[in-house]
Design a protein around this ligand. Structure first.
Ligand SMILES: [Fe+2]
Ligand SMILES: [Fe+2]
Length: 262
């Protein structure tokens, strides 16, 4: 019998390791030519996460739990290291010691994603499978902020002449800011707000917006890949934010089905 912790660990590592590797790539591309040391560090992280991907390919859902837990630990160390590198870059940027082409909010954003991944690995090694049901609101607060940030990045990295798309991105940014505030309100009403009908409605509402943002990102990605629109957006960044929206949808579904069972 395969262990659910094993399957979930491998799934989280598969998704987030690729994300961490791409963050290192985006950071490296945003530095200027004289920031060689920072570029080198970013490239070392690309290699590090590629090695983790290779190791991951040797595991299966039937792998030994103890070995998977060791692997989780090893990945955890790597994620903490890239987290502190990202925070260092943020500090240098906010102190105006360096100027890069990555917005401070983006550097902060990718460090939050690293912290989330590290925390998932820690929880898995403590035997906590999916984010627990009493974490529905907290988990949505995390992802709604991530989605709101994405809309802002897209809006700011599109060429200003792409007026229609910039407008659409701005609308998404506003929509997700509102959803985020709603989530924060619900969070402050915990635990009384953790009723099935309220959480159900909360998830339904979030899902509707995430689906349309996901579709917008997909369209943007296809247009960027086909060179049909003007922007500073790397095609891989467009795809990256699309995948993160898909991930959020999967998590919403996971919560939805555990609410139905509860
Ligand atoms: Fe990301
Ligand atoms: Fe993101």
């Amino acid at each position: 019998m395969s262990n659910p912790i094993v399957a979930r660990s491998l799934d989280e590592i598969k998704f987030w390791t690729r994300i961490m590797k791409e963050h290192a790539l985006f950071l490296s591309l945003g530095f200027t030519y004289d920031q060689k040391q920072l570029i080198n560090e970013a490239q070392q992280f690309i290699t590090l996460f590629e090695r983790i991907e290779e190791k991951l390919s040797k595991f299966t859902v039937n792998s030994d739990l103890r070995q998977v837990k060791e692997f989780n630990n090893e990945v955890y160390q790597a994620v903490v290291a890239i987290w502190s590198y990202k925070r260092k870059v943020l500090g240098l940027t906010l102190n105006c010691q360096i100027r890069t082409n990555n917005f401070p909010l983006l550097v902060d954003h990718i460090s939050r994603e690293a912290a989330y991944f590290a925390n998932r690995l820690k929880e898995l090694n403590e035997g906590k499978l999916a984010p627990a049901l009493d974490a529905v609101i907290e988990e949505n607060v995390f992802f709604l902020k991530i989605m709101a940030d994405h809309a802002k990045f897209i809006g700011h990295l599109l060429d200003p002449s792409e007026r229609k798309l910039v407008d659409q991105a701005r609308e998404f940014s506003h929509d997700f800011d509102q959803l985020l505030f709603q989530a924060i309100d619900l969070d402050s009403m915990r635990p009384q707000s953790e009723t099935k009908p309220l959480l159900d409605q909360f998830l339904d509402q979030n899902r509707v917006s995430v689906v349309s943002l996901r579709d917008f990102k997909k369209t943007a990605r296809d247009l960027i890949e086909a060179c049909r629109i003007k922007s500073n957006i790397h095609p891989l960044l467009a795809d990256h934010t699309f995948r993160e929206a898909e991930r959020f949808l999967e998590i919403i579904d996971l919560f939805e089905s555990s609410l139905t069972k509860a």
